[in-house]
Design a protein around this ligand. Structure first.
Ligand code: APR
Ligand code: PHB
Length: 389
């Protein structure tokens, strides 16, 4: 088999890149190690920057998103019983969109299948060969049969645990990592959201987040110990703890119900440099991870895809390799700003085991400054809605 771009990974990054390239007549094959249903079963965040929405529109897959999404003008920050709103709309005339990543992935799968996109599921032993040569190829097995794809380029969209990043020699790769000393215990419940916008809550007992998917599907998180497991938390215990971390007026309004999903996610900041090696390009979680506090995971994958898509189009349609040559530099410039914002939001709102009384005072002063200073709120709004591509 031969294709122009072999895409490893059928998550949001790989599917969006495949769909965008297809619409420009650039041939791709997506190799996914799981089944479509497995991929769609993953519970992920749901805040989209307008840059992501624009990409989905350019890919021709935004019809349902535009119809069913919720536009949020701002968010609420709370500290114990105190709270204040940050209106992105009033501050910078921009907004964000609430639309589950699962729905994004579903829309992309439907579009690829409608266009007879080549997606191979249940692949095993994917190996990238000759990435630093002019004739790369990818081997893999499916149903026990070894296959080989000759290609011009390989897009590594296979997430943090994929093979693409590992293909780049350690002598070339430099990795940066920060592991946070806590996790997020999240639940999904078929209950109405406690508020019409998100609530990022800081409290003496730790962080909490009140989010949503639609008017009868809520997503809540509480900071928890890394040693916790979901089975340690009954629904009743979760709801009780959440109520203690959000302002009492919100706790009184909170509608509780049985969890339909309960899981714990660790928090990590991670970046690998460079994001290109020869004809291999890393995108999304394959290259970087952010703590979910700033809702930047999917949105930073989107900017990678934006840069790579335009680089590929420039190469194939204009015969100009400038976009591809500058891909890593341009993608990383925005990745590091997203890493900074995610780290800042996490540091602002969480309780850390070794915090001294002075550290707590600094955290409180930072929140007070955000509450009272226009420039601080504009800076947060610019980062939250998404910095320019
Ligand atoms: N071969 C083929 N496919 C693979 C391999 C492999 N060796 N390893 C991983 N995959 C697949 C996974 O099964 C997954 O479907 O690659 C896909 C990677 O998808 P994601 O992990 O969702 O990463 P990405 O597409 O970059 O999306 C980033 O997803 O994890 C969230 O927070 C993250 O919101 C962000 C978004
Ligand atoms: C979510 O809805 O899952 C969500 C929203 C905002 C975040 C993180 C997660 O910052």
């Amino acid at each position: 088999m031969r294709t122009q771009v072999c895409i490893i990974g059928g998550g949001p990054s790989g599917l969006l890149l495949s769909q965008l390239l297809h619409r420009k007549g650039i041939d791709t094959i997506v190799l996914e190690r799981k089944t479509k249903d497995y991929v769609l079963g993953r519970i992920r965040a749901g805040i989209l920057e307008t840059g992501f929405v624009d990409l989905m529109r350019e890919a021709g897959v935004a019809e349902r998103l535009d119809k069913e999404c919720y536009v949020h003008d701002g968010t609420v920050i709370s500290y114990g019983d105190e709270q204040f709103g940050i209106s992105f709309k009033d501050l910078i005339d921009k907004t964000v969109v609430v639309y589950g990543q699962t729905e994004v992935t579903r829309d992309l799968y439907e579009a690829r299948e409608a266009m007879d996109g080549q997606i191979v599921y249940n692949v095993e032993s994917v190996t990238i060969h000759g990435a630093d040569s002019d004739a790369p190829y990818v081997t893999y097995a499916v149903d026990g049969t070894e296959q080989r794809i000759e290609c011009d380029f390989v897009a590594g969209c296979d997430g943090f645990h994929g093979v693409s990043r590992q293909t780049i020699p350690l002598s070339v790769r430099k990795e940066y990592e920060k592991i946070y000393p806590f996790g997020w215990l999240g639940i999904l419940s078929e209950t109405p959201p406690v508020h019409d916008e998100l609530i990022y809550a800081s409290s003496d007992r730790g962080f909490a987040l009140c989010s949503m998917r639609n008017e009868n599907l809520s997503r809540y998180y509480i900071q928890c110990a890394l040693s916790d497991s979901p089975d340690d938390w009954t629904d009743a215990a979760f709801w009780e703890e959440l109520k203690r971390r959000i302002p009492s007026e919100m706790a009184e309004k909170l509608v509780t119900g049985p969890s339909i999903e309960k899981s714990i996610a660790p928090l990590r900041s991670f970046v690998t440099e460079p994001m290109r090696w020869g004809r291999l390009f890393l995108c999304g979680d394959a290259a970087h991870i952010v703590p979910p506090t700033g809702a930047k995971g999917l949105n930073t994958a989107a900017s990678d895809i934006h840069y790579l898509y335009h680089g590929m189009v420039q190469h194939y349609l204009d015969g100009d390799s400038e976009g591809l040559d500058r891909y890593s530099e341009k993608a990383l410039a925005r990745v590091w700003k997203a890493e900074r914002f995610s780290w800042w939001m996490t540091s602002l709102l969480h309780r850390y085991p070794e915090q001294s009384p002075f550290d707590l005072k600094m955290q409180r002063a930072e929140i007070d400054f955000l509450c009272s200073n226009h420039a601080a709120q504009v800076a947060m709004a610019e980062n939250y809605v998404g910095l320019p591509y």
